[in-house]
Design a protein around this ligand. Structure first.
Ligand SMILES: Nc1ncnc2c1ncn2[C@@H]1O[C@H](COP(=O)(O)OP(=O)(O)O)[C@@H](O)[C@H]1O
Ligand SMILES: [Mg+2]
Length: 356
């Protein structure tokens, strides 16, 4: 595994008037890895990618891109040269319906200065790679969204860049097309490409990303391998269900649970650490993940007359829960994860932290 950094954001910030669309992001992407850029709609993913593509100018901070063997700071002077090593698919590509994919690919190949005498060979390679031979010479207007998206990705990488940036490549596609796109991305990794891929759906990036960067309201709140994020998430939540209809006096019940259980959770009070999810009738308690604390919490609830019919520390899908929390306006989660965490808005954030 090569540890060359291919792209690095340093304190990257974008303000639209007084609004921080992207706030002080630090992130690096290494050669050959897939970094998933995950966040709910409006989180700042496209804005970040547009700054990388030099379509938007950062308000503050820097973007560094590897070119000619060394990291170089992106500027208007070197952008053509540095960006030529990146293939971008940003926002849904729109194609004229009256042309064929072959023509589109030829157009992009010459636009990007691919050697003229090699274009046809390159297009054959792409046809093979994407399995487009049946429709490469058909008019695009008859194509499904999935086929169009494949042309979009094919056009983005027609000049064979080392780095590929895909902004929500699967959004709006049917499941079959999503799987195909996912497999193309894996194939691209296999041939050594470095991939920066955004999505608002956890499972889409979690299936393929080596590392996941989670962004919410412009802040990078976690950047780690999925295993590490899962491990952190796994440690920190209890689900339980009560007999009867707790929603009838949920407010006083939550207050009471807070009094009984809080001292046993081993986490700081900043956290909105006890919740009731009405649809599933599940109570959630965030805690430090130690089995001793888990036992104490269960005993305390039983001792105080809570008629628990289900009690679990779910093993799967916890990151998903945390991500859902994040999407919900109350719950900005902060994994408090190494120095990538952005604590600008700490007063607004919920912090899941381990108390040693
Ligand atoms: N050109 C712009 N002017 C003002 N606000 C913008 C502009 N572009 C994006 N925004 C706002 O910035 C935030 C982040 O947008 P975006 O980066 O598109 O999010 P994402 O791609 O994660 O869905 C959103 O609140 C969006 O409304
Ligand atoms: Mg977007």
């Amino acid at each position: 595994m090569n540890n060359d950094i291919m792209i690095e954001f340093r304190n990257l910030t974008k303000k639209f008037k007084d609004f921080y669309a992207v706030s002080n992001i630090n992130l690096e992407i290494s050669r050959g890895e897939i970094v998933g850029f995950l966040g709910p709609n409006g989180a700042g993913k496209s804005t970040t990618m547009k700054m990388l593509a030099h379509l938007l100018k950062p308000t503050e901070g820097e973007i560094w891109i590897r070119g000619n063997g060394e990291l170089q700071k992106l500027s208007s002077h070197n952008k053509d040269y540095l960006l030529n090593n990146i293939g971008f698919l940003i926002e849904n590509p729109a194609f004229y319906g009256n042309v064929t994919p072959r023509l589109v690919l030829k157009y992009f190949a010459s636009l990007k200065g691919y050697p003229r005498n090699k274009i046809n060979n390159r297009i054959e390679e792409i046809i093979e790679f994407f399995g487009m031979s049946d429709w490469i010479d058909k008019k695009i207007k008859t194509f499904s969204k999935g086929m169009r998206q494949k042309i979009g990705i094919a056009s983005a990488i027609i000049h064979d860049p080392d780095i590929i940036v895909l902004d929500e490549p699967s959004t709006g596609l049917d499941p079959k097309a999503r799987i195909e796109i996912r497999d193309f991305i894996l194939k691209l990794k296999k041939i050594g490409k470095t991939i920066f891929l955004s999505s608002h759906l956890l499972y889409e990036v979690s299936e393929i990303a080596d590392r996941v960067a989670i962004i919410n309201k412009g802040n990078l709140i976690a950047f780690d391998t999925l295993d590490n994020l899962e491990a952190k998430a796994k440690k920190s939540i209890i689900h339980f269900e009560l007999f009867g209809h707790p929603e009838e006096n949920i407010k006083s019940m939550l207050k009471n649970i807070e009094e009984i259980v809080y001292p046993l959770t081993g986490i700081s009070r900043d956290l909105n650490w006890v919740n009731y999810i009405e649809e599933s009738k599940i109570f959630q308690i965030f805690f430090n993940g130690h089995s001793e604390n888990q036992l104490n919490i269960l005993e305390a609830l039983l001792k105080n007359g809570y008629r628990i019919i289900e009690f679990s520390v779910p093993k799967a899908g916890l990151l998903e829960n945390l991500f859902l929390e994040m999407v919900n306006p109350e719950g900005n989660l902060n994994f408090n994860n190494n120095n990538h965490s952005n604590l600008n808005n700490v007063h607004k954030e919920l912090i899941v932290e381990e108390v040693q």
